[in-house]
Design a protein around this ligand. Structure first.
Ligand code: NAD
Length: 337
């Protein structure tokens, strides 16, 4: 059993902890937190060993009546892999800690690509992470784009990707984010940083991205125009995507007209926290004009990277190949709507 440490138990960390716990070949050694908030309480309720991420704050946990198993250093020392799910930039500060204990580390998309040996997406470059010490599971948006680009490149070749990312202003729990009544070009400069981020997965890809932020918390929405190297029928693209386990083609009959209903569907389907691990592509939106492919997809920012983290754990420890890992992760979590 692979012993997995989770450092940073927030939006991503708590989901990865639950997902790791469901795997037959790994277990959660413990989770590290900086403060005794509601997430610390639920970690204890779920039976996770809680470690103090910052020594000077350990007394806050004692005062809140939450039992601490030890300092984060002990957790990192004993783990086979650490998943760092701390806020952007903190992962970089933690790198020294992971190096000190010689524990391979996974970081999240908020960290810079040059922090790590490999940027990771299971569908696109699983094998590149074998034996790497520092791996970055790319952001929710980059994950969503990579999952679509990889099969298109293999089947038809991709000449150029143009993507407009309509991004949620913040996650549901982020009360300090916005806008609350506005539509922002964000970043206002073009291209946005997302394109270069996708190039950390496909280094020879031609891609331009534009970003916006809107007053929504549920999901991101991508409007994609992908110029293929050959003329393709839209039905062929639908068939290609239907074979991809982490692409959900929303059928017209479901009458899902936006991210609100998508999230409602996830909750009705019994998904934990209403999570949507798959790219949600409106099937009717898949259209071709000559070599150009168009589509809309919804990306659940809080959860699409979760199965990717599980696969990245197997990739860095060499415990499975891509196909085996993706299948195991999908089966245990229930990926595939
Ligand atoms: P979050 O703020 O919800 O959670 C981060 C957790 O880390 C919090 O519990 C915080 O208290 C804790 N923390 C802060 N400093 C710490 C430290 N020094 N040691 C240990 N824990 C510490 O953040 P998040 O949304 O889960 O984001 C984490 C990473 O995942 C970021 O790199 C982010 O860019 C990336 N990411 C976020 C999303 C998203 O939509 N939320 C999607 C994909 C990737």
């Amino acid at each position: 059993m692979l012993q997995v440490a989770i450092n940073g138990y927030g939006t991503i960390g708590k989901r990865v902890a639950d997902a790791v716990r469901q795997q037959p070949d790994m277990e959660v050694l413990g989770v590290a937190k900086t403060r005794p908030n509601f997430e610390a309480e639920t970690a204890i309720d779920k039976g996770f060993s809680l470690y103090a991420a910052v020594e000077e704050r350990e007394h806050l946990f004692d005062e809140a009546g939450l039992e601490i198993a030890g300092p984060v250093e002990d957790l990192v020392d004993e783990a086979d892999v650490v998943v760092d799910a701390t806020p952007s930039g903190i992962g970089a500060q933690n790198k020294e800690l992971y190096e000190e204990y010689d524990t391979p580390a996974l970081y999240q998309g908020g960290e810079d690509a040059d922090l790590v040996d490999v940027s990771f997406n299971a569908r696109s470059n699983f094998a590149e992470a074998a034996d790497a010490d520092h791996v970055r599971v790319v952001s929710c948006n980059t994950t969503g784009l990579s999952r679509v680009i990889a099969p298109l490149r293999e089947a038809y070749g991709v000449e150029k990707v143009r993507a407009t990312l309509v991004r949620r202003g913040g996650d549901p729990g982020q009360t300090d984010r916005g806008p609350i009544n506005d539509i922002l070009p964000n970043p206002v400069t073009i291209p946005s940083h997302h394109g270069p981020d996708v190039e950390t997965i496909f280094d020879d890809l031609d891609i331009d991205t534009l970003g916006m932020k809107v007053p929504a918390t549920q999901m991101h929405m991508h409007s994609l125009n992908i110029s293929l190297e050959e003329e393709v029928d839209a039905d062929d693209v639908r068939e290609l995507f239907a074979d991809e386990s982490r692409l959900f083609l929303i059928p017209e009959r479901m009458n899902i007209d936006g991210s609100g209903k998508l999230k409602e569907y996830a909750l009705d389907a019994g998904r934990p926290r209403g999570d949507l691990w798959e790219n949600c592509i409106w099937e009717e939106s898949i259209s071709t004009v000559g070599n150009d492919l168009y589509l809309f997809q919804g990306i659940h920012q809080e959860s699409d990277v979760v199965p990717e983290n599980v696969d990245a754990i197997r990739a860095v420890t060499g415990s499975a190949d891509a196909e085996e890992s993706i299948e195991k992760t999908n089966e245990t979590l229930g990926v595939g709507l």
